[in-house]
Design a protein around this ligand. Structure first.
Ligand SMILES: [Zn+2]
Length: 378
């Protein structure tokens, strides 16, 4: 990964380059910022730059042995730690090193833009949460006993330190505070508030913003052969999140399928068909947590569109004609319902799904609440 492979984030790149030029590289850094903004890719590009044998002024060369090894995640001085759990392959005592091959494959597949749920899906464990275990930290502490084999720096990259088991975190503190010479820690977090304060306070905190819309649009236009207008529309919908943009760009048909599913669901709620609502909840929850989350996200999107129409901004409902027509009709059907409260319920439900709530129950109870609003109207 070179800096030039990253989508936008010019300021963040300059900041990292500057720290090298000044010779002031914090030995433990917490990179944080919203999903899909490229913070992991930046960490990777940074480590590659630090160890490059023929660095250019603003980027690694991309072709020396060190760059090649880092781009394959196979450099002996660059180590990755990430949440894991038991799977068919690892039935007990999971830890990062047992999943090194899967991780390498996954990072290649996602082009250095990983997502925690996608990673769980990749491991085939979408209903379990991963952890960074004490075993992982034991391994980190063992690795710190060695000097760098080949590079200038040894790097320990910890992805999602939110998932550090508290005992593991405590075991890490001393080394975070005083790592051996030529070692840097890069922690990559989405929700820094969920990282233990004792860990956070030992790191230099580096906030990385959303990707600028124009940078994201350029990337999408290029990668998916979209017109400038189409690419900009997707970039706006994705709100600086490359993972979301990628999903939208790859699967426009999927979005129409979701529209059908959402339309069917809302019809059951409108008609107060409670038995069928329960069936719908059970079938949908059988599709897995990710699909439910995206259905809820789709619902949220529709209610936000409806709000735009209600605020007299129908021109902002900028989407494909089929969806535009559906949203228009749906907005008329819910004209007397507090749509903002329903949107809020969708937002909360998405959070509950992320926190492992019982999805079947969640869909049923959300449906009943929606039906209640509509019932009151009649
Ligand atoms: Zn190089």
């Amino acid at each position: 990964m070179r800096f030039s492979d990253i989508i936008g984030q010019y300021e963040a790149r300059q900041h990292l380059l500057q720290s090298v030029k000044n010779g002031r590289i914090p030995h433990a850094q917490l990179f944080f910022g919203p999903a899909g903004n490229g913070k992991f890719a930046l960490a990777l590009a940074f480590v590659q730059y630090l160890n490059c044998q023929r660095p250019l002024p603003d980027d690694s060369c991309g072709s020396c042995p060190s760059c090649l090894k880092i781009s394959k995640l196979a450099h002996p001085d660059v180590h990755f730690f990430f949440p894991t759990t038991t799977t068919k392959k690892v039935k007990k005592d999971p830890e990062s090193k047992l999943y090194a091959d899967d991780w390498r494959e996954y990072i290649k597949e996602c082009n250095g833009y990983p997502d925690i749920n996608e990673w769980y899906n990749y491991l085939g464990v979408e209903n379990k949460q991963g952890t960074l275990f004490v075993r992982d930290v034991t391994e980190i502490n063992r690795l710190l006993g060695f000097k760098p084999f080949e590079g200038n720096f040894s790097a320990i990259i910890i992805w999602m330190p939110e998932k550090l088991h508290p005992t593991a975190a405590n075991k890490l503190l001393k080394n975070l505070e005083e790592p051996p010479e030529s070692t840097i820690f890069l922690l990559i977090a989405e929700n820094p508030d969920q990282v233990l304060g004792t860990v956070r306070s030992r790191c230099y905190q580096f906030k990385i913003p959303k990707i600028a819309q124009s940078d994201l649009a350029n990337k999408l236009a290029h990668s998916y052969h979209l017109s400038d207008d189409e690419a900009m529309q997707l970039a706006i919908l994705a709100d600086g999140d490359y993972l979301a943009a990628r999903q939208l760009a790859k699967q426009p048909d999927d979005r129409l399928q979701q529209m059908e599913q959402f339309r069917m669901w809302m019809r059951l709620c409108f008609d107060h068909k409670y038995a069928e609502i329960n069936d719908f909840a059970a079938t949908t929850s059988g599709l897995g947590r990710e699909r439910i989350k995206s259905l809820l996200e789709y619902g949220l999107r529709v209610f936000r569109f409806v709000m735009l129409i209600q605020y007299g901004q129908p021109a902002l409902v900028n989407t494909v004609p089929e969806e535009q027509e559906f949203v228009g009709r749906f907005a008329r059907a819910v004209s007397n319902i507090p749509v903002d409260s329903i949107a809020k319920m969708f937002e909360e439900s998405i959070q509950h799904v992320e926190r492992n709530a019982n999805t079947s129950l969640l869909i049923s109870s959300l449906s009943i609440k929606i039906a209640g609003f509509i019932g009151r109207r009649r």
